[in-house]
Write a protein that binds this ligand. Sequence first.
Ligand code: SF4
Length: 468
Amino acid sequence: MSDRKYIAKEEIERQMTLADRLYAEIQPRCLKFYVETFGCQMNVRDSETIKGILARCGYTECAEKETADLILFNTCCVREHAEKRLMGNIGALREQKESNPGLIVGICGCMMQQDGIAKKLLRRFPHVSLVFGPNVVFRLPEMLGAVLSGERIALTDEEDFAIAENLPRIRDNSRSAFVNITFGCNNYCTYCIVPFVRGRERSRSMEDIRKEAESLCASGITEITLLGQNVNSYGNDLEAGSFAELLDKLNFVPGLKRLRFMSSHPKDLTNEVIAAIARNDRVCHHVHLPVQSGSNAILKRMNRKYTREQYLEIIRKLRDAVPDVEFTTDIIVGFPGETEEMFRETLSLVEEVGFAAAFTFAYSPRVGTAAASMHDQIPEDVKKRRLYELNALQAEKTVENNKKYIGYEGEVLIEGCDERTDETMLYGKYRNFKMVYFPGKPEEVNQYRNVRVLSLSRNSLIGERIDG
Ligand code: SF4
């Protein structure tokens, strides 16, 4: 891999000049684009840039695939059966292409970085003309120009995972924004494909992050979520700056009310980070801390580099420093070699921590990862049964966690409204990520309101406004 950290400013300018030329051709034709995003927040954030570049090239966004002139699938290779689902989606567009020969069908995202898949897709689907990986998004104007002149393009980045700054973007949300702080990952957990498809970890400069946060807040954004595969190791590749220092700096961005971050890797969640979460009043009291397993033997096989005891110690320290902190987590059951006893250790950890919520998965092998070739794979029926058992326990823990919120009062950022019942119910989150529903009006979405929790309904908190 090259040592080049940033895509040169001149190259970004060249691409934007190409975009402006395309604008003159595309905009008078009123062409529309449709982008469908799969996977994690990283992909959601990448799609914002893709949409921004397409708008700069003269396209306008549309809500229906059927009316689009350019359809782009932003794929993810982390989730199960993603490739199969994608093939179905692409295949279904054959007819649309036949009735509209000018239609451009494209595929991008981290799945395209997997060995040979980009060329395979071009071969298999003659109606697809544009395939690219997440690290070459900045070259979209150039690729689009070539496709519009009749070429079929497959461009992935095998050499260079440099950071591209100052690209246009369209954000879907006027109250909250994602801000990347790192790209890629150095951890090589044995089940995970991310380091292979998104490259080694690169941190953006603190100055670039601060400027982006300031400009977002100047435009009305009040909640920012910092994104990285492992936000806690932010700055390890910089001469100066750490995640704790970044939190200190962003806490004072004018207009910012809430600062969130994800994901945290337990091995890098240091005392300094805990102290920074505690001392900065804009930093929200929620930590998404993937544990993956409660068994030390499995954690070792996963190459997670912490033990169950160390994980529990971090939870204890965070609760001491930030009493109302809530934890969410990711857990994999049925990892190769997981015995019944090891699985029970995961259950006992879930019992002990009391997560507010857990994203649970039955292990499924990813081609190219170390765990995929481990010999002691667990039968599907055992994985399914363990997942069921884990989910049942977590459901109990969620209800238990919710009960302590009866009577709780705090500020909620309203995210949306549910009008299916007689009464319009608004929903939004407290600072510590707990979601609450309460009666209100649709025009209050994106506002902050003080809400008291009155009751529970299945997994939800139900409340009332206390600020009139
Ligand atoms: S920390 Fe592990 S699970 Fe997370 S992206 Fe990196 S390799 Fe994958």
